[in-house]
Design a protein around this ligand. Structure first.
Ligand code: 8IG
Length: 270
């Protein structure tokens, strides 16, 4: 059992956020959580019937989102009868608010009743065949942040961190989906071309700045995890032009209908 005071405090704050969430949404418990990252905001309206929609700052212990394309809202959405807690945007490690702030949404999702979580992100791709807008299932991750979202002697097994069961269902829904290993860097700068080559030698296929820590916390809370990356740009050194946030947003818009369709079909299986 995690007994470090920082873990207990993080879980208590999440309980308080979840109580407020139940209060203002009128939805006492949620079944599944979704975190929408860069390039995924346009999907929010296509998931199902929005029951409630608020800024995260209406809840205690949330910080306003800073990254462009990260709205800082949450919704309660009815997806085929499942009560889905959707976060539009996340808090990143590079915001320097600490690992607990960067994983607070995951703890809130668990405290709100969610037993499974869909983590999405926009990221750089190392496979040149993955043109911007290509979705990739996360099969595993490499944590290159030099830190952990856990506290103290909290030994958590990360085997099959990204659910084999859910990945198999996704592949049935869309057989054209590829899988890849996600390397989480701290950011906020994108990688140098040398760092991208290093990540590739280490076994990474995707480079990003989120998701890994969230998955670790979700596993520590016993949740089932599905990770979906949207390759919004070729990783540095592989791209013919400098990386820009504009292409991230464009790739997201272009893939929204396909990704929302996949999500609405996988969520009832979660
Ligand atoms: I969107 O190329 C997006 N996020 N680390 N590298 C890293 N994060 C990203 C990238 C990328 N693209």
């Amino acid at each position: 059992m995690p007994t470090h005071p920082a873990t207990i405090e993080a879980n208590e704050k999440a309980q308080e956020s979840a109580l407020a969430l139940a209060d203002i949404t009128g939805v006492g418990r949620h079944d599944v959580a979704v975190i929408l990252g860069s390039g995924w905001m346009a999907d929010a309206d296509l998931l199902g019937r929005t029951v409630a929609d608020f800024p995260v700052t209406n809840l205690p212990h949330f910080r306003p989102a800073v990254a462009e394309g990260h709205l800082g809202r949450f919704r309660s959405v009815d997806v085929s009868g499942e009560r889905v807690l959707v976060f539009l945007g996340r808090t990143h490690l590079y915001e320097e608010l600490g690992v607990d702030a960067a994983t607070h949404r995951v703890r809130v999702a668990s405290a709100a009743g969610c037993r499974s979580i869909l983590l999405t992100n926009g990221c750089g791709g190392l496979n040149p065949a993955w043109t911007p807008g290509t979705p990739v299932l996360i099969s595993d991750h490499i944590n290159l942040t030099g830190t952990t979202p856990l506290h103290g002697a909290h030994f958590v097994d990360l085997t099959d961190l990204y659910s084999k069961r859910l990945r198999a269902i996704c592949m049935e829904i869309d057989p054209s989906l590829d899988e890849g290993v996600y390397a989480q860097f701290r950011g906020p700068m994108y990688e140098t071309p040398a760092e991208v080559r290093m990540a590739g030698i280490m076994g990474a296929d995707l480079v990003g700045m989120s998701t890994g820590h969230e998955a670790i916390v979700a596993r520590s809370l016993g949740m089932e995890i599905l990770g979906l990356s949207l390759v919004t740009n070729l990783a540095a050194g592989l791209s013919p032009h400098p990386l820009s946030h504009g292409e991230v947003l464009a790739a997201g818009k272009a893939s929204a209908a396909r990704m929302a369709d996949l999500m609405t079909r996988i969520i009832p299986q979660m």
